[in-house]
Design a protein around this ligand. Structure first.
Ligand SMILES: Cc1cc2nc3c(=O)[nH]c(=O)nc-3n(C[C@H](O)[C@H](O)[C@H](O)COP(=O)(O)OP(=O)(O)OC[C@H]3O[C@@H](n4cnc5c(N)ncnc54)[C@H](O)[C@@H]3O)c2cc1C
Length: 512
C-alpha cells in the first residue's frame, strides 16, 4: 500500500485517507479515520470501519506481544488480522535476555496455589493487586503448557530467591531461556498468514476516535526509516510516517529500565546504577497509554537486581550483563571483599540488594563449586570465563583466593563454615535454610565473578484489570486498549519475584 499523510498526534483533529501502509495485508481497503482530540472533546462521530475481518495491532515483539499474537489467532479461529509492530530490527526485547526461567505452579515440588500466591504477595510488599496475582498463579501451569505447545520444552527446575518451592522452569540445553522461548514463538508467528510482522516500526501515538467520555482507541501512528536512508546514527535517520486503523491495540512495549530521564523522574534513588536492560526499554507504551488517559501505577517501584556482572575491562559500564539469579539458585554463594559471606543468597532481591549496598565498594564475589557449576551449565560458565572475561575459573582455593584478593586461609575457613551449615540442616546465621547442591567443594573446579547491584525491572506501568484491559484514572476500561507484560503495573507490587515476569508476559499476553 501507499503511504499515508503524517499524523501530528492527538491534540489536533485530522482525517487520514489512504490505503494501508502495511505490506502483505490481505484485505487492502480505503480507510477513513477520524482522530478526535480527547482534550478538545469534539462531537464528531467516528467513521465505521469497512473491514470484515477485525484487525488488532500488537505493539512490541517481546514475549508479551508474541504470546498475545499467537493466542489471538488461535482464539479467533484465524478470523483476525494481526499487525505486530516492533521498533527494533528484530523481535525479542528484554524477553530474549532472560536467563533464569519462568515460574509455574509445581505441585510435584511441594508447591500449592496458596504458597505461590503468598510468596508473590509478600514480595510485592502489599502493593500487588490480588486479582492480578490470582490470575498469574492460576494460569501459570497453562502458560507453560502453551509454551510447550509451541515447542518450548523446559525440563530444568530451580528454586529462586523468595520462593518457598522449586517452581522456576528453564531449558536443559541450548541458549538462555529467553532466547529459547523467543526463537520458538517467533517461528510460530511467522507461520501464521493472519499476521504481519513489521520490524523497525516505531509506534508514536495511539489514535483515538469518538467524543470525550465515549472515546476508544482506534489505531496507531508509527514511523519507519525512510526508504534508502542511511546513517551511522539511527536516531538521525529520516523517517516515513504511517497511520494504521485497528479494532483494538495491545501494548506490549516493555518497561523503562533503559530510560535515564524516566528512571530519575520516578525514583531519583536509582540514579547512577548501571542497567541490564536493552536500549529499547524506554517506556514508550506507558507514555502513549498515559497520554490518552491510562492510569500509571507504582512507577517509583524500580527493581535493583543484586547481581550485575562487573567486567574488569570496563567496571564503570552503564549497561551490564545480568549475573542470573539461577547462579544463586543452583547454590552459588556471595562473599564480600574480605572473603566472608554476608547474606542469605536465596533471600528476596530487595533484601539481597540492600545488604550488598552496605558492603565495601558495593560489590561482592559470586562463587560456584563444581557441582553447582555442572547444574548451572558449564557451557555458559565457560563463556563467562572465556570470551566474556567476566569470570575466573580456578582449580584450587589458592587460585580463587588470589583472584578475589584475600588470604587462602580466610577463604578455606569460610568454605568450611558454609559446609558445616549445610551439614547441620538448620538455618544458618543469615537465615538460609535451603542449600542447593550442598557445600562448595574446595578440591574441585570453581568459578568466581564480581557482581554489583543494577537496575533491572520496572514494576510500575499502566493499570490493567484481569482481562488485560487498560484502566483510566477512574478505574474504567479504555475501549480498544489492552496491555500485557512489563508495560503494565500492579502485578508485582513493590518487588518482583524472579521468574514471575516471563510468566506475567505469557499469562496476560494470552489474556489480552
Ligand atoms: C538480562 C535480563 C534477564 C532477565 N531474566 C528473567 C528471567 O529469567 N525470568 C523472568 O521472569 N524475567 C526475567 N527478566 C525480565 C523479563 O525478561 C522482562 O521483564 C520481560 O521479558 C518483558 O517482556 P515484554 O514482552 O513485556 O517486553 P520486552 O521483551 O522488552 O519487549 C518489548 C518490545 O517492544 C518493543 N517496543 C518498545 N517500544 C516500542 C514502540 N514504541 N514501537 C514498537 N515497538 C516498541 C521493544 O523494542 C521490545 O522488542 C530479565 C530481564 C533482563 C533485562
Amino acid at each position: 500500500g501507499g503511504r499515508t499523510a503524517p499524523t501530528t498526534g492527538l491534540s489536533i483533529c485530522c482525517a487520514v485517507y489512504g490505503r494501508l501502509p502495511v505490506p502483505r495485508m490481505r484485505t487492502a481497503r480505503l480507510v477513513v479515520l477520524v482522530v478526535v482530540a480527547v482534550a478538545l472533546g469534539s462531537l464528531a462521530a467516528p467513521e465505521a470501519s469497512t473491514t470484515e475481518t477485525p484487525r488488532v495491532v500488537v505493539v512490541g515483539g517481546g514475549l508479551a506481544g508474541l504470546s498475545a499474537t499467537l493466542q489471538l489467532v488461535a482464539d479467533a479461529g484465524g478470523e483476525v488480522q494481526v499487525v505486530l509492530l516492533e521498533k527494533e530490527s528484530k523481535l525479542g526485547g528484554n524477553s530474549a535476555k532472560a536467563s533464569s526461567g519462568i515460574n509455574a505452579l509445581t505441585p510435584a515440588s511441594g508447591d500449592s496455589v496458596d504458597l505461590y500466591t503468598n510468596d508473590t504477595l509478600v514480595s510485592g510488599g502489599g502493593r500487588s493487586r490480588t486479582e492480578l496475582v490470582s490470575k498469574l498463579v492460576g494460569e501459570s501451569e497453562d502458560a507453560v503448557a502453551f509454551l510447550a505447545s509451541h515447542g518450548v520444552q523446559l525440563g530444568k527446575l530451580t528454586q529462586l530467591g523468595g520462593h518457598s518451592a522449586k517452581r522456576t522452569h528453564s531449558n536443559v540445553a541450548g541458549p538462555n531461556v529467553g532466547s529459547f522461548i523467543i526463537r520458538a514463538l517467533s517461528e510460530a508467528v511467522k507461520q501464521l498468514p493472519q499476521v504481519n510482522v513489521v520490524t523497525s516500526a516505531k509506534v508514536k501515538h495511539l489514535l483515538v476516535s469518538g467524543s470525550k467520555g465515549e472515546h476508544r482507541v482506534a489505531g496507531v501512528s508509527y514511523s519507519t526509516p525512510a526508504a534508502g536512508a542511511e546513517s551511522d546514527d539511527p536516531a538521525s535517520l529520516p523517517t516515513d510516517n504511517h497511520t494504521l486503523e485497528a479494532d483494538a491495540v495491545i501494548l506490549a512495549t516493555g518497561g523503562f529500565g533503559a530510560e535515564r530521564d524516566m528512571l530519575r523522574r520516578y525514583n531519583s534513588a536509582v540514579d547512577g546504577f548501571a542497567t541490564t536492560n536493552g536500549q529499547w526499554a524506554t517506556g514508550d507504551g506507558m507514555v502513549m497509554g498515559h497520554a490518552i488517559g491510562g492510569q500509571l501505577v507504582d512507577m517509583d517501584k524500580i527493581q535493583i537486581h543484586p547481581t550485575g556482572f562487573v567486567n574488569p575491562k570496563d567496571p564503570q559500564a552503564g549497561t551490564k550483563f545480568l549475573a542470573p539469579e539461577r547462579l544463586r539458585g543452583v547454590g552459588g554463594i556471595l562473599l564480600n571483599s574480605f572473603g566472608k559471606r554476608f547474606v542469605n543468597e536465596l533471600g528476596r532481591r530487595d533484601y539481597v540488594t540492600e545488604v550488598m549496598l552496605r558492603q565495601e565498594g558495593k560489590t561482592a564475589w559470586l562463587l560456584l563449586g563444581d557441582v553447582q557449576a555442572a547444574d548451572f551449565g558449564e557451557a555458559a560458565l565457560g563463556f563467562y570465563a572465556g570470551k566474556a572475561g567476566i569470570a575466573t575459573k580456578g582449580d584450587s582455593v589458592e587460585g580463587i583466593a588470589a583472584a578475589i584478593a584475600v588470604e587462602a586461609d580466610v577463604l578455606r575457613t569460610e568454605l568450611d563454615r558454609y559446609s558445616s551449615a549445610v551439614r547441620s540442616g538448620q538455618a544458618d546465621e543469615f537465615g538460609k535454610t535451603v542449600f542447593p547442591n550442598g557445600a562448595i567443594n574446595p578440591q574441585g573446579t570453581m568459578y568466581v565473578m564480581k557482581v554489583t547491584p543494577v537496575v533491572h525491572y520496572t514494576m510500575g506501568g499502566l493499570s490493567i484489570d484481569q482481562h488485560a484491559r487498560v484502566l483510566d484514572t477512574a478505574g474504567k476500561a479504555i475501549p480498544g486498549l489492552l496491555a500485557a507484560g512489563e508495560v503494565t503495573g500492579g502485578v508485582h507490587g513493590a518487588n518482583r519475584l524472579g521468574g514471575n515476569s516471563l510468566l506475567d508476559c505469557t499469562v496476560f499476553g494470552r489474556i489480552a
